[in-house]
Design a protein around this ligand. Structure first.
Ligand SMILES: [Ca+2]
Ligand SMILES: [Ca+2]
Ligand SMILES: [Ca+2]
Length: 304
């Protein structure tokens, strides 16, 4: 049904945009965590920091705490094997590779560390030179919210921060739309070490849709479907809307209407669709680049 390459992975974005806020200036954050390692080795874990501010930040004296381990960012010692660089440029990235520089084989690590990122989850805390916590990712209790190990359709995918400006932080599994880096066996990494997160690229470019009516319930006769749709890098008027009726699994969908302008509402005669059991409405917005976003209703029953 033409859901497009970006219609997955970020179900919370429609809500997330409402809580978007600007982060503090000069903010260095934990931006990507490859807790599952790479296809070459599950031990080849790596972590990316990102400076979302407009000024360079000196990481001398800073510490990345991973569980009980302390990775010093300014000098060797404790869990730090080697430090190649202590400054992170404005809007720049900083890569920590486990054990040796072959973890991300085609990139020069900024810090080499020893220790383990448990696949079950861990607490990460980034401390500045005064010991103050500047960012934290607390996953020891609840497990990682994104990323994969050896399982699934996209194994060894990193956990990517959706956008530095989103508070509280949102995480998504690397989606493959953008990728960088080669693992120790020369295989492309399912992640974006040293480059913009694929989840962030989606956040900047993929249309967002919210379904206003109907949220759920029993419908009959003529029903007004209402939505809001926007494009973070384009005009809402340029979006094309399609409305689908889908089964509970979302696997079988048929078009109710396609090629609508983004007018925010559509008068739908339910009668021809009545009696199909529990169904869901999906409103899909497509931007001029072919990227799609969608929203799905709650369960609907269509009465004659
Ligand atoms: Ca490397
Ligand atoms: Ca990245
Ligand atoms: Ca767009």
């Amino acid at each position: 049904m033409g859901m497009g390459r970006a219609g997955f992975g970020l179900p919370a974005l429609g809500i997330a945009v409402l809580v978007m806020a600007l982060s503090a200036s000069g903010a260095v954050i934990i931006n990507e965590v490859a807790w599952g390692g790479t296809a070459a080795s599950a031990n080849d874990e790596w972590i990316e920091l990102y400076n979302s501010g407009d000024s360079a930040v000196d990481l001398a004296g800073w510490v990345l705490v991973v569980g009980e381990a302390r990775i010093l960012l300014g000098a060797p010692g404790e869990a730090t094997v080697e430090v190649r660089r202590t400054s992170i440029a404005p809007h720049g990235y900083f890569i920590l590779e486990r054990t040796d520089d072959e973890t991300v084989a085609d990139m020069r690590a900024d810090v080499l560390f020893k220790g383990t990122l448990s696949n079950v989850g861990a607490d990460l805390r980034l401390l500045d030179a005064t010991g103050a916590t500047v960012d934290e990712v607390l996953c020891e209790q609840g497990g990682w919210p994104a990323g994969t190990g050896s399982e699934g359709t996209r194994p060894y995918a990193s956990m990517e921060r959706v956008d530095p400006g989103l508070l509280p932080a949102q995480w998504a599994t690397h989606n493959g739309r953008a990728a960088s880096g080669l693992d120790a066996k020369g295989t492309p990494i399912s992640g974006t070490p040293g480059t913009e997160n694929s989840a962030t690229l989606d956040f900047r470019t993929v249309p967002r849709v919210a379904l206003v009516d109907p949220p759920s319930g029993t419908l009959s006769g003529s029903v007004v479907v209402r939505w809001t749709a926007s494009d973070p890098d384009g005009s809402p008027a340029a979006l094309q809307i399609a409305i689908f009726l889908c089964d509970a699994a979302g696997e079988t969908c048929r078009a109710v209407v396609e090629n609508l302008t983004n007018q925010g509402s559509f008068l739908w005669d339910v009668t021809p669709y009545a009696g199909a059991g529990e169904v869901f409405l999906r409103v899909v917005a497509t931007d001029p680049d072919g990227l799609t976003g969608s929203a799905v209703s709650g369960p609907l029953t269509l009465a004659p």
